[in-house]
Each structure stands twice: as structure tokens, then as C-alpha cells.
Design a protein around this ligand. Structure first.
Ligand SMILES: Nc1ncnc2c1ncn2[C@@H]1O[C@H](COP(=O)(O)OP(=O)(O)OP(=O)(O)O)[C@@H](O)[C@H]1O
Length: 264
């Protein structure tokens, strides 16, 4: 369970650059819930994820995970609870390390174990199994540098890395945005499977209205650092991409044009 209570984040406070990224954002997400998060540029989506990982400290408000107030916990302390996959396939992995070494680092996340201890023979077998399950023929390339993989292959490996250690929360920050449609579909299917198998509480930020409605069970729309729409169940299943686009435009005080529908 995640509870965000009245989160406030202001960057460059008191200067001409002051930005109020979160302005009293509150929401509660049940354990195992898969929530998609939409909102225009600058709405505060990544800042919310950064608050959950501990990379950004809110100036006010609280974050409670499974009943524990983690607001004051630094990012390394939260690493055992929260895993994240970024938009940029390069962001969450080390391209100069091999696939296997990247997996070993992920397996050691939130522990004090070094790379050598994390790369035992048993671990190697587990890594091979997990990577083989992707069906991308990468299990015989575990010694290849991560930098040699395509963007989609890297995102698939990043998802495996994120879920290698038991974690409670999975944060996906537009993790398919940089991929071609075929790889996008592959990584989304993999996401669905992993989230269901591990029963992860998941927040997926996306700019695609289609993805926002087709994945997960609930959608949040952020605007100016607050939740302005929160739909689930019947209400959400009745929504179509056009409805969501219209709501999106309405929140931003804009007219909905057919070009934006085509791009959704
Ligand atoms: N580290 C930072 N320093 C200064 N301003 C920041 C920082 N991070 C975010 N901001 C600003 O805070 C606001 C919210 O940013 P955020 O990245 O959370 O938006 P977003 O909804 O994820 O947008 P996008 O869809 O463009 O990624 C923006 O105006 C952004 O420029």
C-alpha cells in the first residue's frame, strides 16, 4: 500500500526559477494495484515517482508504504521496497558492464553484497533462467556488454532487473516511450505478466492515453502537481481514448483537436 499525503515539492524556492512541482498531491494506492498515471508536460508525474523513491524530498506531506512512514528515508534505504524502470534504456543499467553483471548489481540492490558475492554459480543459473523466459535469445549472451543490446532488449532486461529481488512497488516512467511499436507491445506484455506474477503495486507513467486505459485497473491524471482525475472499475472501463483526451484538454483549458486524437 502507498499513501501520499498532501505532498508539496518546490524547486528553486524563493528564486525567479521557482517551480511548484507538487502542490498538495494526495492519493492512496492499495497493495497489488496497477495504476497508470497521465498528465501534460510538467504536471509532476516524475516528481511524484522521485518522491516515492526518495530522490526528491517533499517540503511538506508524508509518504507511507505498508503503514510505515518512509518520508525521511533516503533513496538507498527505500531501494529494497521500490524498483524503477526509466524511459531511457540507458538510464537504469550500466552499458559498460555485461548483462550478467547488471543483473548481479540488481540482485544486490538494497543489500551490502558486492558484485563478486552476487555472482555465484547459483545466481548465474537463476539469471540465465529469468533471461531465457523473455524469449529474446539473450540467455547465451549474458557475457555481452549491456551497451550492445537494442533499446527494447535493454528495457526487457531492466524489467527483469527491477523484479529480481523481492520488491513491493514498481515504478515505470514512460518505460516504452523510446521503443518501436513492436518492442513497445512486447515490453508492455512483459510488464503485465511480471506485475501479475509478483503482485506488485505499480505506477506506470505514460503519455499514451491508449496505454493508460488498457493497462492496469485505475488511472490518475495529474495537473499542476495535483490529482485531478482518479478513475477505476466500471467508470474506467466505459472510458474511451477520446473521452480521456477530452478530459485532458478540459483540465488544460484547451479545445480538443482531431490531431491530438490521432497522436494518442
Ligand atoms: N530537479 C529539478 N529542478 C528544477 N525543476 C524541476 C526539477 N525536476 C522537475 N522540475 C520541474 O518541476 C515541474 C514538474 O516536473 P516533472 O518532471 O515532475 O513533470 P512531468 O509530469 O514528469 O513532465 P514530463 O511529462 O514532461 O516528463 C516541471 O516544471 C519541471 O521543470
Amino acid at each position: 500500500m502507498i499513501r501520499a499525503e498532501d505532498l508539496q515539492v518546490t524547486f528553486n524556492a524563493g528564486t525567479v526559477m521557482e517551480t511548484r512541482a507538487l502542490q498538495g498531491l494526495s492519493t492512496e494506492i492499495a497493495a497489488g494495484e496497477f495504476v497508470t498515471v497521465i498528465g501534460s508536460n510538467g504536471a509532476g508525474k516524475s516528481t511524484l515517482l522521485n518522491c516515492l523513491t526518495g530522490e526528491v524530498a517533499p517540503s511538506a506531506g508524508r509518504i507511507v508504504i505498508d503503514g510505515i512512514d518512509v518520508t525521511g528515508w533516503a533513496a538507498p534505504r527505500r531501494a529494497a521496497l521500490v524498483a524503477r524502470v526509466f524511459q531511457d534504456p540507458l538510464a537504469g543499467t550500466c552499458e559498460d558492464l555485461t548483462i550478467e553483471e547488471n543483473l548481479a548489481l540488481a540482485a544486490a540492490r538494497g543489500t551490502r553484497r558486492g558484485l563478486d558475492k552476487a555472482l555465484t554459480a547459483a545466481r548465474r543459473g537463476e539469471f540465465r533462467d529469468r533471461i531465457a523466459r523473455l524469449g529474446l535469445n539473450l540467455e547465451n549472451r549474458l557475457g555481452d556488454r549491456m551497451g550492445l543490446l537494442s533499446g527494447g532488449q535493454r528495457q526487457a532486461v531492466s524489467l527483469v532487473m527491477a523484479t529480481l529481488r523481492p520488491t513491493k512497488i514498481l515504478l515505470l516512467d514512460e518505460h516504452t516511450a523510446a521503443l518501436d511499436p513492436r518492442m513497445q507491445a512486447f515490453v508492455l506484455d512483459l510488464t503485465r505478466d511480471l506485475v501479475a506474477a509478483e503482485q506488485l503495486t505499480t505506477l506506470m507513467v505514460t503519455h499514451s492515453m491508449r496505454q493508460a486505459l488498457s493497462l492496469g485497473t485505475r488511472s490518475l491524471m495529474l495537473h499542476e502537481g495535483k490529482v485531478v482525475l482518479d478513475v477505476a472499475g466500471e467508470e474506467r472501463s466505459r472510458l474511451e481514448v477520446g473521452d480521456l483526451m477530452a478530459l485532458f484538454a478540459q483540465v488544460r483549458g484547451e479545445e480538443l483537436d482531431s490531431d491530438s486524437l490521432l497522436l494518442s
